[in-house]
Design a protein around this ligand. Structure first.
Ligand code: ACO
Ligand code: ZN
Length: 176
């Protein structure tokens, strides 16, 4: 039988468990205050997955603002997502991403959502492609070990045309 899980908002009492998941499953790590700071500003876009009372996944996002043709553009940025190894391929990351997108859109009104991912991270890249993110371009040597990153983006509002996306994020990538 498939194990059951729930998706809910992050709560500060989850902090140690989320920091631990981040340490175990990702090479990009952050101090505790960074998690709390993102939670404080954008609580609707910081979610955890819980299974049998244990935190088995999280997604943390933030919102950034840029300008395009003199008016502000809101960018949702998926900062970090991970799912406990034993609980993978059960749709948990998909559910976390869907919930985070809902928060980014409904609570914060973002025009687009973007993220960075290692070019070798096939599981994550296929997850994002399945969720309609596309590769905007490569960020050479983006990671501290020298690996390249892809910048992937999904347009949300009608305003988020290719032209707008290139204007607000294109400077970060070498186009494909
Ligand atoms: N190989 C190929 N495709 C995969 C894989 C894989 N190992 N894992 C997921 N996918 C794709 C599939 O299309 C899958 O659909 P399917 O199972 O119906 O075929 C789809 O993604 C959805 O999978 P989920 O079950 O929702 O994903 P899961 O809960 O397993 O979590 C994740 C995916 C988060 C990438 C997990 O593998 C993980 O924690 N990896 C380590 C941490 C990591 O790399 N995080 C992303 C870094 S980038 C960033 O944080 C912005
Ligand atoms: Zn990022």
């Amino acid at each position: 039988m498939q194990k059951q899980y729930i998706i809910r908002k992050f709560n500060p009492k989850d902090l140690d468990n989320v920091v631990k998941l981040n340490w175990v499953f990702l090479p990009e790590n952050y101090p505790s205050f960074f998690f709390l700071e993102n939670y404080t500003h954008w609580p609707e876009a910081f979610l955890v997955a819980e299974s049998e009372g244990k935190i088995v996944g999280y997604v943390m996002c933030r919102v950034e603002e840029k300008y395009y043709r003199f008016s502000p553009v809101k960018l949702g940025h998926v900062l970090s997502i991970a799912v406990e190894k034993k609980h993978r391929r059960q749709g948990i990351a998909t559910a976390l991403m869907n919930g985070a997108e809902e928060g980014l859109v409904n609570a914060y009104g973002v025009d687009l959502i973007y993220l960075e991912v290692r070019v070798s991270n096939e599981p994550a890249i296929s997850l994002y492609k399945k969720l309609d993110y596309r590769v905007l371009g490569v960020m050479p040597k983006y990671y501290s070990d020298g690996e390249d990153g892809y910048l992937m983006v999904k347009s949300i509002s009608e305003r988020a045309s290719d032209r707008l996306i290139t204007a607000v994020l294109g400077y970060r990538v070498k186009s494909l």
